[in-house]
Structure formats: structure tokens, C-alpha cells
Design a protein around this ligand. Structure first.
Ligand code: DSN
Length: 414
């Protein structure tokens, strides 16, 4: 039987997809949590595996016909265990947020105390924000960056851990530009008898590429997303010690999710294979070098960077020294017009609301995938500063957009 779209093609949706591909390829993609995944990953995600139901795990499913899917999921599991040196892996979480909630469910009871980085200082919604299920189900106590150097102060983490005796300490960030040292968190967790979870959502690709310390040897549980620096399909993953393996698996299914997305799991397997190649190490190191070069070039143009710089793939820019009236919201809108995509971001203790903000977050994973290097980072800083300086001048914004398009044309993503 023919499919309806054989005779009535959905031009409405496919035209929009074409336009989105064009937008991605003609503009600068500087959202720190985004990347260009490979055609191989997209082929897996767009495959007939989307048709298959496979509740359960390889060898233990609730439906028939899963022999091939079992092989695919087993390959994904073995690859990611080898990539990070983990005892156990669950590749089924649909997202990083799900991975975190499943990890909590595996080791916590409702009301248990957990230590996590405050959202407005660079943590994640699932690290105990009161509007998120994590903050409603568990008693999160937030650590923050210090007002002086805007870095996480391990003495403060230790003091809070000694005071509140958490069952779990969570390290991990979404908009904190510095490394969190897994070993230091582990020492505090051991001192207070807490479990230690590292949320590596943003930095999984840096870890895989040797550009960030690996938390796996120190943490009971490591969660991450597969689509950020790791450059795979959109999704999540949980690594754990053997001790927590059964509880993690039970928490993912049947605890938190139903049928796994086996087409996405195949995409994850492909991404883990790609991340194990020597060229991925070069990629990860270049992401960090590019972030550092972009950070320096922005400082030279009058921007202030939260914590003074970056150790990883992202920076948080305080716009106020550049222009006291410029908000993150306006900067995001203006830069969008100029073909530069990034997101507004609160700076620590931001006097403006999270919908307005005084900062923006900038990341280099996508432009590094395109092959850009340090000289292009200087050009990007100049384009950002030019657009923001002339933000009420439509002709100048159009000129910046044309320069952005010509830079991107020299570094095609696909
Ligand atoms: N939305 C992700 C980010 O942009 O960092 C976090 O979930």
C-alpha cells in the first residue's frame, strides 16, 4: 500500500527543514549545547529502527523481533563503556534531564538531601531547581560560585556537605566556564558518606577526547547528553559502577521511561564509534583552544567574562562593561538578525531577570566541527562586537550577516 506522502508530499514540513538546514549552515552556531552531528549519525536516527518496540534490555525484552535491536543496543553499551572506562552503561535515557531523574530515582528516596550547583550560578534545572521535579521530589541544597572569583569554592561545598550531610553530591554545569575537579568532589563525598554523581552533559565530548578529566574513576554515577560536545544524536546516557547497575536499569525502565528509542540508540552507537577515533581527540582539544581564543578576543573588545575566562568549550559574557544598557535578551535578538545564534544567560547574582539577563553564553563545539580555528575565533569576536555596537543600524546588521555567511561558506558543516 502506498504511503500518503508518496502522492501528497508534505512540502510544508520539508521546506521548513530545508530552511533550517540553510539557517544552520549560513549562520554562526554558538549555542554551547549544540553541534553538527554527522551524516552517519543522522542515517542511523532516520532508519527503520524507529519502527521497533523494545521495552526491556538486550536479551530481556517484552516484545518479539528484537534480536537485531539487541545487537545494536549491546554495541552501544560496550562502546560507551570502553570510551569512558565505565563498569556499566544505560543508553536508553531520552535526554540528559531524564538521565538525571533516573539516576536520582536509582539511589534516592523522596525527600533525601542532595547538594547541587545553583541554576543561576551555572547548574542545571535538574540539579534541584524548585520549578523542576528534582527540586520538588528531593531536598536540594545549592552551592554557588563565590562573588570574588566567580568559581565554585570547594571549601564552601565541603562546609555545606558537613552541615547538611547529603545522601548525594552532584557536580555538573550548563553555564559555568571552568572545570569541576571530580577528585575534589569525591573526597568530600567520601568524608560525609555521600554518593557522588557527575553530570557531564556539556563536557562528555571533551572527556572522550581527553580535553577534560574523566569523572568515571571517581563517581558512582555519571550522566551525560550525547548531542553536545559528544556530537551524537539528541539523547542521554548513564554510566555507573557495577554496584549501582541494577538500580540504574530499573530506574530507567520501568521506572521512568517506556519504550527505548532504538533508532536514537543506534545513532548513539555511531557517535561513540566516532568519538573513539584519534581525530576526535584533535577535535576536542581544538574546541577548547577555540574557546580560549574567542574569550581573549572578546576581552580585547571590552567584554567581561564571568570568572575571567574559560577552561572548557564555553564562556559566559557579562555585557555590562561593553554597554551598560545592553541586556542579554537584546544581544541575543540583535545577533540573531546578524546570523549569529547564541543564548542570553544570567551572570552570577544577575540584577536582571532570567528572561532578560545581563549576559550571553557562547560555545565553540559547532564552529570547531566546521573546521574553524583560532584566526576565525578572532573574526567571530569582531563580528559579535560590530553587530552589538551598531545594534540599531539595520544596514550594518545586514552587512555583518553577509560577512557571517561568507565566513560560514568557507567552512561548510555539511
Ligand atoms: N539546554 C541545555 C543547555 O543549553 O545547556 C541544558 O539542558
Amino acid at each position: 500500500m502506498p504511503f500518503p506522502s508518496d502522492t501528497a508530499p508534505d512540502t510544508e514540513v520539508f521546506d521548513l527543514i530545508d530552511r533550517e538546514v540553510e539557517r544552520q549552515c549560513t549562520g554562526l552556531q554558538l549555542i554551547a549545547s549544540e553541534n553538527f552531528t554527522s551524516p552517519a549519525v543522522m542515517r542511523a536516527v532516520g532508519s527503520a529502527l524507529t519502527n521497533k518496540y523494545a521495552e526491556g534490555y538486550p536479551g530481556k525484552r517484552y516484545y518479539g523481533g528484537n534480536a537485531i535491536v539487541d545487537d545494536i543496543e549491546s554495541i552501544a553499551i560496550e562502546r560507551v563503556k570502553a570510551l569512558f572506562g565505565a563498569d556499566h552503561a544505560n543508553v536508553q535515557p531520552h535526554s540528559g534531564a531524564n538521565a538525571n531523574m533516573c539516576a536520582y530515582q536509582a539511589v534516592l528516596d523522596a525527600g533525601d538531601t542532595v547538594l547541587g550547583l545553583s541554576l543561576d550560578h551555572g547548574g542545571h534545572l535538574t540539579h534541584g531547581s524548585p520549578v523542576n521535579a528534582s527540586g520538588k521530589l528531593y531536598h536540594f541544597v545549592a552551592y554557588k560560585v563565590t562573588p570574588g572569583d566567580e568559581r565554585v569554592d570547594m571549601d564552601q561545598v565541603r562546609d555545606l556537605a558537613l552541615e547538611h550531610r547529603p545522601k548525594l553530591i552532584v557536580a555538573g554545569t550548563t553555564s559555568y566556564p571552568r572545570r569541576l575537579e571530580p577528585e575534589a568532589f569525591k573526597a568530600i563525598a567520601d568524608e560525609v558518606g555521600a554518593l557522588f554523581m557527575f553530570d557531564a552533559a556539556h563536557i562528555a565530548g571533551l572527556i572522550a577526547g581527553g580535553a577534560h578529566p574523566n569523572p568515571v574513576p571517581y563517581a558512582d554515577i555519571v550522566t551525560f547528553t550525547t548531542h553536545k560536545t559528544l556530537r551524537g544524536p539528541r539523547g542521554g546516557c548513564i554510566l555507573s559502577t557495577a554496584q549501582h547497575a541494577a538500580a540504574i536499569d530499573k530506574a530507567v525502565f520501568p521506572g521512568w521511561q517506556g519504550g527505548p528509542l532504538e533508532h536514537v540508540i543506534a545513532g548513539k552507537a555511531v557517535a561513540f564509534h566516532e568519538a573513539a577515533q584519534p581525530s576526535f581527540r584533535d577535535y576536542a582539544q581544538q574546541i577548547v583552544r577555540n574557546a580560549s581564543a574567542l574569550a581573549d578576543a572578546l576581552v580585547q573588545r571590552g567584554f567581561r567574562l564571568v570568572s575571567g575566562g574559560t577552561d572548557i568549550h564555553l564562556m559566559v559574557v557579562d555585557l555590562r562593561p561593553f554597554d551598560a544598557d545592553l541586556t542579554g535578551k537584546e544581544a541575543q535578538t540583535v545577533l540573531d538578525v546578524a546570523g549569529i545564534t547564541l543564548n542570553k544567560n544570567s551572570i552570577p547574582d544577575d540584577p536582571r531577570s532570567p528572561f532578560v539577563t545581563s549576559g550571553v553564553r557562547i560555545g565553540t563545539p559547532s564552529v570547531t566541527t566546521q573546521g574553524m580555528k583560532e584566526p576565525e575565533m578572532v573574526r567571530i569576536a569582531e563580528l559579535i562586537s560590530r553587530a552589538l555596537r551598531h545594534r540599531t543600524d539595520a544596514a550594518e546588521l545586514a552587512a555583518v550577516k553577509a560577512d557571517v555567511a561568507s565566513l560560514c561558506a568557507a567552512f561548510p558543516a555539511y
